[in-house]
Structures are given as C-alpha cells and as structure tokens.
Design a protein around this ligand. Structure first.
Ligand SMILES: Cc1cc2nc3c(=O)[nH]c(=O)nc-3n(C[C@H](O)[C@H](O)[C@H](O)COP(=O)(O)OP(=O)(O)OC[C@H]3O[C@@H](n4cnc5c(N)ncnc54)[C@H](O)[C@@H]3O)c2cc1C
Length: 415
C-alpha cells in the first residue's frame, strides 16, 4: 500500500489537494521495528534512544520493539520495553538460546523473518557493536541498503549523518525499497524522560522461531575484566588522557582523578598505541564451520591488530565471501582475540557525557569525532594553539601535571 502511494506521489498524478491527502495517508503508514538490546532485565539506554529516533520519524509512528535472548532477564526487559515509550504498540519477544549472545547470524535471520511478517516501513538499531554487526547482515538478507550512524531525522526518509570522521554532516535521502533500515547514534537522541501512564502498557507477543536453523557460528566463551568504573560509552563524566601524559605511570594520576569523580577513563589513540593505558581484555572465540580457509587468509586474520569488536567482525565478514570461494575443507575454527580499548574517537568509542575532561590531548579530528557532542568540554594543554581548545567550553593553557596535582589535592575522596 505504502509503495503504491509512493508510486502515485512520484508520478505526480492528481491535484495538489489530492497529493496532500496521499502524503497524509502515507504518514499514517509509518511503522517502525526497533531492535532493542537489554541487560539485567532492562532495555539499554542506547535502545531507548532508538525509540526517541522512531518518534522523530513520525509523531504517530507505530513502534514494535524486538527483544531476543533467553531466561527471566529477557521477560523482565520485555515488561520494561512495554512501558518504555508512549509510541510502543507491541513488544516482540524471541526466546531462544540461539539468541542469548550477540551473534549476528541468528539475529539477522530473526530480523528478516520479523520484517517480512510485519512489513515495517523503518527498522532502527543503535550504532553499538551489536547494531553495527547485525544491521548490514540483515539488510543484505532483505536486499536493501542501510543508512548508518544517523544523528538527526529531518523527514521520514531524510536523515543527517556524519562523514569525514565527523568533520562534516551530510543530509541523505533514502530512495530505496522498504524497509528503510538505519542505525542511530544514541548520543544524538535523548530517551524520553516522562513516565508512561500504567494504562499504556503495550502487549507482549512471542515470536515464532521455527525458522531458526543451526547457524554456522557458535558462541564459545566471553571473559572480561570486572571493573567498578562506569562504562565509557554511558558514563556521565569522562576523564581522557593523551600523549601529553608521557607514560603509563603518569596515566595512573588520571585514574586517581577518575576514581574521585566517579568517572570513566578514556584515551586518545596515540596514548593507547604508546601503551600508556591498560587494556580491558576481552576474548571472544567464534567457531565458523563449513568453509575452507586458505593459509594466506589465516595469516591475515591472525595478524589483525587489536581493534573494536565491530571493526574486527566487519573485517572477518568481509573475508567470508573470499573464504567461501576456496572450499575444500569442511571445518575451520577461527580463534579471534579482541582487545577492548578505552579509545575515544573515530575508530574508538563515541561518547557524549555531561562532562568531558581532556588532559594532554591535541584535538585531532579523529579524536574530536568521538567526543565533540559532550555537553561540557574541559581541556588542559600547554599549547595555546591546540585544536582541542576550538571545541572546549573551558580551556586551561597549563602544564597538565601541575593541574592534576592540584585537582587531586583539592577534590575529596569519593564516599
Ligand atoms: C584513520 C585514523 C583513525 C584514527 N582514530 C583515532 C581515534 O579514534 N581516536 C584518537 O584519539 N585518535 C585517532 N587517530 C589518531 C589521531 O589522528 C591523533 O594522532 C591522536 O588523536 C593524537 O593523540 P594525542 O592528542 O594524545 O597526541 P598528540 O597529538 O601528540 O598531542 C599531545 C598533546 O599533549 C600536549 N602536551 C604535552 N605535554 C603536555 C603537558 N605537560 N601539559 C599539557 N599538555 C601537554 C601537547 O601540547 C599536545 O597538544 C586516528 C588516526 C587515523 C589516521
């Protein structure tokens, strides 16, 4: 129906009043599927931002929330989703062990199936590691081209997204067939703060998962370091150090400050590469079956430098068609080790905390791309011409070691 209406609009048939009527009818057919992530029985803040993006598409958007996983936490999160936003009209729950981990393969199948049944005009996921991994794969299955990293919605099919490491913003119009699949930068869409009335709790429906087949990838293990520090991506205060810190020993001063402020610690790529920052090591082991691997390809995969999960998985997915073309062996096991770094920027995390403090950071565009949306930016640098001062709300031209020393003396311990 919506496609027919678009056709009529494109042909320009009818009088202006008729067109207005058609455009009005078209708006009524906006319906959105939000792929939600959850943790500890609650929908994650980044997915609540995806709901805010759905509202930006149309005030009368009919929103379905898709949640997957298994166990009581999933059902608790479904209850949360059902009353998380006034536009949510239904919550779809996919309860299966196969969806308990963020493996793109079964999730992409799920998304394709739910989309084909629901015929949504839009599908939204957050630009998290999971969303970035899932969306292109699901879009390929549905034969559409996704719009990624959307920061603003101008019209239902017109979006703003950053290009050139966030140095420019471009407005793009999605002209493809439905659905319009998009990932959004959660820092650009504030989740609704008003509580929903109890009468507006959306119904929860179980998704039929009979189509799920045994996939080619299996989740084996995840080990991660527990830390009491807030997660870098969601922390309200971030304290970041750059190459100006000069050593891993000095970086500990920054950690002491973060401790006192209850802040997350970030770093520039230069500081990470110089080895100033302890890495949070996470090891993810994936097993890929049924395709062959050429020795030279194995070398490429094994020598990947430490990088973010999404970056690493993207590279592996890019290799898959190549691997499949060289069949000959039936089982291949790839051990992928992924180091999660506290790096902020184009190739690191995108953050937008209430307070961002940068010590000894020059402000390269690749770094600014990851933090320029922070509400208040404080920069300490001994070079008055450092580009970081162009985005800073408060800038201090000073030796960072003197400033850190004074701050550590004056700020009381966190209770
Ligand atoms: C494709 C690509 C992707 C990239 N992605 C990222 C990314 O995601 N994140 C990222 O951060 N970078 C990224 N980079 C690297 C980026 O270009 C810069 O090299 C990096 O951000 C610089 O880090 P820095 O500011 O710590 O170091 P520098 O540029 O060396 O700056 C150090 C600063 O410390 C100051 N300083 C030194 N001593 C003191 C002192 N005692 N007191 C006060 N100030 C002092 C200096 O004046 C200087 O301004 C990327 C680069 C490329 C090519």
């Amino acid at each position: 129906m919506a496609a027919m209406l678009v056709g009529a609009l494109r042909r320009g048939s009818g009088c202006r009043g008729g067109l207005r009527l058609i455009a009005h009818s078209l708006r009524r057919f906006v319906s959105t599927l939000v792929v939600a992530e959850h943790e500890g029985g609650f929908v994650k803040p980044s997915s609540l931002s995806a709901l805010a993006a759905a509202e930006a598409i149309a005030k009368d958007n009919k929103v379905s929330v898709l949640l997957g996983g298994s166990g009581p936490a999933l059902h608790k999160a479904a209850d949360h989703a059902a009353c998380s936003h006034p536009l949510v009209s239904e919550v779809l729950v996919a309860d299966s062990e196969a969806l308990a981990h963020p493996l793109a393969e079964p999730w992409a199948e799920l998304l394709r199936s739910v989309q084909q049944k629901g015929g949504y005009s839009h599908v939204i996921a957050s630009s998290t590691s999971f969303g970035k991994n899932l969306l292109p794969r699901a879009a390929a299955l549905l034969d559409v081209s996704p719009v990624t990293d959307v920061t603003a919605v101008k019209e239902p099919h017109v979006f703003v997204r950053p290009i050139y490491a966030g140095n420019a913003l471009c407005t793009v119009k999605y002209t493809g067939e439905g659905p319009c699949m998009m990932s959004i930068r959660s820092t650009s869409f504030s989740p609704a703060t008003e509580a929903m009335s109890e009468t507006k709790v959306a119904p929860i429906t179980q998704v039929d998962l009979s189509f799920l087949s045994e996939g080619k990838s299996t989740w084996v293990n995840l080990t991660s370091q527990d830390t009491e520090r807030p997660d870098l991506a969601n922390a309200p205060v971030v304290v970041t150090g750059g190459r100006g810190l000069k050593s891993a020993e000095n970086f500990k001063l920054l950690e002491q400050l973060a401790e006192k402020l209850g802040a997350a610690v970030g770093a520039t790529r230069a500081a990470v590469d110089a080895g100033y920052v302890p890495n949070d090591l996470q090891v993810r082991l994936l097993v890929y079956h049924e395709f062959c691997i050429m020795p030279c390809t194995a070398v490429i995969l094994a020598s990947l430098p430490p990088c973010s999960t999404s970056h690493l998985l993207l590279q592996v997915h890019c290799c898959l068609p190549f691997l499949n073309n060289h069949s000959g062996h039936s089982l291949v096991v790839l051990f992928m080790q992924c180091v999660f770094r506290p790096q902020v920027g184009q190739t690191g995390k995108i953050v937008a905390p209430d307070l961002y403090m940068a010590f000894g950071v020059s402000g390269a565009i690749q770094h600014l791309a990851g933090m320029r949306d922070s509400k208040v930016i404080v920069a300490v640098n001994k070079d008055a011409d450092a580009p970081i001062f162009q985005v800073a709300d408060y800038g201090l031209v000073a030796d960072l070691f003197e400033v850190l020393d004074e701050l550590l003396k004056k700020i009381p311990e966190k209770k």
